[in-house]
Design a binder for this molecule. Structure first.
Ligand SMILES: [Zn+2]
Ligand SMILES: [Zn+2]
Length: 54
């Protein structure tokens, strides 16, 4: 399986080292977080429900 790059939800950069998970609040949107944002605990914001989380 090829792992294509994704756009990080937090910083907007294209990354191929990321974690992908569903929004813990609405469970609708997929949140992408690159390694850097994960380590720096950069906030992300769900575009569906405006949930902000670390
Ligand atoms: Zn990022
Ligand atoms: Zn949400």
């Amino acid at each position: 399986m090829t792992r294509l790059g994704k756009i990080c939800t937090s910083c907007g950069r294209l990354t191929d080292r990321y974690v992908l998970f569903k929004c813990p609040s609405c469970n609708k949107t997929e949140i992408v977080r690159c390694d850097e944002c994960r380590l720096n605990h950069t906030k992300y914001k769900c575009k569906e429900c405006e949930f902000e989380g670390p």
